[in-house]
Write a new protein. Structure first.
Length: 451
């Protein structure tokens, strides 16, 4: 990757990038302060702010957002009359889940088999480093040709909308001609990809109550209504026999037109056990990019160890519903609530609490910024043509920015390719992808400025 000056500079900066990512990964910056100290997130925010100041950014600030977290903002002025580009990443991370499942400690960046392992290495602390690498390469080769705004979010993984609400209250702050969201990923390692659609999402807590308190299952079981059994009935009603999501009234016939996901490759990427079938209908791309998908992401019930022979009086679950572009997330939430209420058996009492929501996103791929990114990717990935893919996950801020700045072009790139295993144990980043994407971003800013 030393055939051009920008690539050569990025290559020379990679040892520094690894050292910085090591520092950033060390912060246990999970924005759930019931589980992790607030000081860990504040430490990561200050690290990003200090890095921006060191690169000459002005107006660097820790923004106190309405959900109680901080986003980091900075502005780097470019030449007079230049375009403005907003670079986005987030420094908060998912919890490590079962730390015993990690081969190496989740908050210690560790190299293994050519990859760097650690929570947030790809999603999305690596995105912060990617932006810094691109800007440093430009500064070392004639300067940054655009005005640059950087925003690093502090609660993206929680879906609590702090930065979205802040942006709506301060619409001038993040205004830009083009926005590069560094929180997506290539379709596979070495294949340059921009993400053109994101599913929206709603996250809700469902609680079912049937009794004033738990009862002895021998004395009362068989007649006393079991809240856990009722909840299981409700959760089962959300899927058809083939595993397709079945929320009453929610459209589920959409199809994905474009880059397809080979089923065997998906099985390998998802590490599906031998003999276990995939769920849903249609192509894999249909299922993960164009159709709704419900997931039970948490459930409160007695653990097997220590359980007593009791009829349960209360049970609770946390549900995530992903919805494709064209489906309003608020309407999907209403349909989900109506479905849960309609399918709760035995007259059990059911309560419904929304804890997160974000709209789906669809990009305009015919814009000048996309043409510039395609040319930049061709430099960073010789011999490869940039691909357009969907993403099943949600970045609610995208829809907020699209609504606030309808003339802005929004591109999604990043380090979360399948091998990265984001949100799972043993998350990792490919340093080669970090290097190539930093080169691509640097070339993009140059080409976009000249266009």
């Amino acid at each position: 990757m030393s055939s051009n000056p920008l690539a050569g500079t990025v290559a020379a900066l990679m040892p520094r990038a690894r050292a910085e990512l090591t520092e950033l990964v060390a912060f246990r910056s999970v924005a759930d302060f019931d589980q992790f100290p607030r000081s860990e997130s504040e430490g990561a925010a200050n690290w990003v702010a200090d890095a921006l100041r060191a690169e000459g950014f002005e107006d660097v600030a820790l923004l106190d957002t309405p959900d109680g977290t901080q986003s980091v903002y900075g502005y780097l002025p470019g030449p007079e009359g230049a375009k403005t580009v907003l670079l986005y990443a987030h420094y908060d991370v998912q919890p490590p889940l079962d730390e015993a499942a990690w081969v190496t400690p989740p908050f210690e960046l560790t190299e293994r088999d050519g990859r760097w392992y650690g929570r947030g290495a790809a999603d999305c602390k690596g995105g912060v480093i990617m932006h810094l690498l691109a800007l440093r390469a430009l500064k070392a080769n004639g300067g940054v040709p655009v005005h640059v705004k950087v925003i690093a979010e502090g609660s993206e993984e929680q879906g609590t909308g702090g930065l979205e609400r802040y942006a709506e209250q301060h619409p001038e702050l993040l205004a830009a001609d083009t926005i590069v969201i560094g929180d997506a990923g290539n379709f596979r390692v070495g294949l340059p990809t921009v993400t053109t659609t994101l599913r929206g999402m709603t996250m809700v807590r469902v609680q079912i109550d049937t009794l004033e308190g738990n009862l002895h299952s021998g004395q009362f079981g068989g007649a006393a209504p079991d809240a856990l059994a009722a909840l299981i009935r409700v959760l089962d009603s959300l899927r058809a026999e083939d595993g397709s999501t079945t929320v009453d009234g929610l459209e589920s016939e959409s199809r994905w037109e474009g880059l397809q996901y080979d089923e065997e490759q998906f099985r390998a990427d998802a590490k599906v056990l031998d003999g276990v079938g995939l769920i849903g209908d249609g192509t894999v791309a249909d299922r993960i990019w164009a159709k709704p998908a419900v997931t039970v992401i948490g459930i409160d019930c007695p653990p097997v160890v220590g359980a007593t022979p009791s009829v349960q009086a209360r049970a609770r679950a946390l549900l995530s519903l992903r919805v494709p572009p064209g489906v309003d997330a608020a309407e999907a939430t209403k349909l989900l609530q109506a479905h849960v209420e309609a399918h709760t058996p035995w007259g059990a009492r059911v309560s419904f609490e929304q804890v997160g929501q974000g709209q789906a996103f669809r990009a305009d791929t015919a814009s000048p910024a996309y043409r510039a990114m395609a040319d930049a990717m061709a430099v960073a990935y010789p011999g490869q043509e940039m691909q357009y893919a969907g993403q099943g996950g949600s970045i609610p801020l995208c829809s907020t920015l699209a609504a606030l700045y309808p003339r802005a072009e929004i591109l999604l790139i990043g380090l979360s390719e399948p091998e990265a295993q984001i949100h799972a144990a043993n998350e990792s980043v490919s340093p080669e992808e970090l290097e190539r994407l930093a080169v691509a971003e640097a070339h993009f800013l140059t080409l976009y400025a000249a266009g």
